[in-house]
Design a protein around this ligand. Structure first.
Ligand code: ZN
Length: 112
């Protein structure tokens, strides 16, 4: 995905996926634009950090909605020495959710 590499090198912050898509269109109009998940996964492979705005859903997620891998959880001990789950996160894209009932609706992609 050469074109994404070039884009990522020149521009460090993308406030939305639309910005990335527009950039691809501008540089290579003939290019077939990959779907949302694919763009994000490729950007993460290139070292991007992902910031998401989420919305609530009813069903609990089984997998990361972007990478489709199982969540890991961060546990901490409370005052009584009991382990509690602070949040769940995706080991690949680091998407975080408190209760697995949130899905990303907007993405900000940052290289630092
Ligand atoms: Zn993920």
């Amino acid at each position: 995905m050469q074109i994404l590499k070039e884009i990522a090198k020149e521009k460090k912050i993308f406030n939305s996926l639309k910005e990335i898509r527009d950039e691809i269109k501008k540089r290579a109009p003939e290019y077939k634009i990959p779907n949302v998940k694919r763009i994000i996964r490729l950007m993460i492979k290139l070292g991007a950090k992902l910031k998401t705005k989420t919305k609530k859903i009813k069903e609990e997620l089984k997998f990361c909605p972007i990478c489709e891998v199982p969540f890991k959880s961060l546990k901490e001990k409370n005052l009584f020495g009991k382990e509690i789950i602070m949040f769940y996160f995706c080991p690949i894209c680091k998407f975080k959710t408190k209760d697995k009932k949130e899905v990303p609706i907007r993405y900000k992609i940052v290289f630092d």
